[in-house]
Design a protein around this ligand. Structure first.
Ligand SMILES: [Fe+2]
Ligand SMILES: [Fe+2]
Length: 467
């Protein structure tokens, strides 16, 4: 094959990957016949046909990190590339093959299956992707599977249907945040309706089972920090908002504002967001612009009545107004800004960053408690400790008697003394409110590979305030 033809095929193949991801994400938000899905399906069909001009079969081979079109390694296009690998992995696929004659209907079916709940890690679905394609009458697309369908259900774990549904809502929120940032980055408008729908589904799920969402807020992803951070901040804010007794409608607004709180980071260069070491004065100046930039973007796109504008503007201002941007002393921060600000710092402290390892929940709680009245609203800190817990469920802890335990259930009225499970004493459950034994510290050592100095919470909070 001539070099130019090979380049053309590789370019079309890259396009196929990103179009599959865009189509899959849109199909989760809109019906398949909606123009925003249909247009992408047509573009996808054209990109596949472009490859098939040069070969009768186009086979994408997926490994853990690489994607090849037959023998051609494809360029890594960061997030989209990684998302496609994730999509294939969650559907236990290691090849995706298109044959000459593939139709628009078949591509639509593929998009539907890849975006379907049943096609994405659903433990209750016994069929492999190939079996689903065959069952749907698709003849010109094939999915090579890593394992047989009977092995698949074993590998997919044993999450409860509630946890599966909550995880799906979280994934959907993650995709929405990704798409919102992509839209803004390319000068397009925010799909505000989708942001609202996503916030509503998080609120619905959370009100049905808060425990599941408490665990979800602890999912961290170092490589996709910004997007995961935003979703975690939304979940933590909703947990706190629900504990404060906000109505479902108020929680929906809070969810939207939390999902959009960091859009101003688009104005900060990526290298700066990921920079390991201390920032120079000039770099801090740029970083500190993001609340104003975020408010400006949201004001332009959503209007001044939108609570997202206020929250984006105020989320680093601090309870005593000592943060940034400078705010007139007579003014009090909006309740939603105070909630998001607290969740924002908690998630930033407990996440791994390029300059330090994520802290244990109790260390982060210590920092937040010590800053109440200054950075944070003291009344909200109390509720936050109750709703999120100093020692979240499943956290490994060392007790004052030297025994290791796993937190079974936080006690909302006494966050420092949860119920714990003692694995070395026949999984006995101990309510720490009813004993002299207390918790010395969290000991989830698998969380970080960094040195004790890098893990010193007070030191790291001092040198690198969370953004
Ligand atoms: Fe943030
Ligand atoms: Fe921020």
């Amino acid at each position: 094959m001539a070099i130019l033809d090979r380049e053309r095929v590789a370019r079309a193949a890259d396009q196929v990957i990103s179009l599959i991801e865009v189509a899959r994400k849109r199909a989760r938000m809109y019906p398949l016949h909606h123009p925003s899905v249909h247009d992408i399906v047509l573009k996808l069909l054209h990109a596949v046909e472009e490859i098939l001009e040069f070969r009768s079969v186009a086979s994408f081979n997926i490994t853990q990190e690489e994607i090849f079109l037959d023998e051609i390694p494809l360029t890594k296009s960061t997030l989209t590339h990684a998302d496609f690998v994730k999509t294939c992995t969650s559907n236990a696929m290691n090849t995706l093959t298109f044959r000459t004659g593939v139709t628009e209907g078949e591509i639509t079916k593929l998009v539907q299956l890849l975006s379907d709940r049943a096609g994405n890690g659903d433990a209750t679905s016994p069929l492999s992707m190939q079996e689903k394609l065959t069952e749907s009458g698709v003849e010109n697309i094939e999915a090579g599977t890593l394992v047989s369908s009977s092995e698949l259900s074993l590998l997919r774990g044993f999450r409860s249907p509630e946890e599966e549904e909550a995880k799906r809502c979280r994934d959907q929120a993650l995709e929405l945040v990704w798409e919102t940032y992509q839209n803004l980055f390319s000068g397009r408008v925010i799909d505000y309706e989708s942001v609202e729908l996503t916030a509503q589904s998080l609120v619905r799920g959370l009100l049905a089972d808060r425990n599941v969402y408490r665990r979800l807020a602890d999912i961290k992803d170092y490589h996709n920090y910004t997007f995961n951070h935003v979703v975690n901040v939304a979940i933590l804010s909703l947990l706190l908002g629900a504990d404060l007794g906000l109505t479902a409608e108020q929680l929906n607004d809070l969810g939207v504002a939390a999902l959009l709180h960091d859009v101003g980071k688009l104005s900060v260069p990526g290298e700066l967001l990921r920079k390991p070491g201390d920032l120079s004065d000039e770099e801090w100046h740029i970083m500190r612009q993001h609340p104003v930039e975020g408010a400006r973007i949201l004001l332009q796109q959503c209007g001044y009545r939108n609570i997202g504008v206020t929250v984006a503007f105020e989320h680093h201002a601090h309870y005593d107004l000592s943060g940034y941007p400078a705010i007139a002393p007579a003014r009090k921060l909006h309740l939603f800004s105070r909630i998001v600000s607290l969740s924002d710092v908690y998630d930033a402290l407990t996440s791994d960053r390029s300059y330090r390892a994520g802290m244990m929940p109790d260390q982060a709680a210590l920092i937040i408690l010590s800053a109440r009245g200054k950075d944070f609203d003291p009344a909200l800190v109390k509720h936050f400790m109750r709703s999120v817990g100093v020692y979240p469920r499943d956290c490994a802890v060392l007790l004052t008697n030297g025994e290791l335990a796993i937190v079974e259930e936080p006690n909302p009225d006494d966050p420092l003394r949860p119920k714990v499970c003692l694995p070395h004493s026949g999984n006995k459950i101990l309510d720490l409110r009813e004993t002299q034994v207390g918790i010395r510290k969290c000991v989830d050592t698998g969380r970080t590979g960094m040195s004790p100095e890098q893990n010193d919470p007070v030191q790291t909070a001092r040198t690198q305030p969370p953004l």
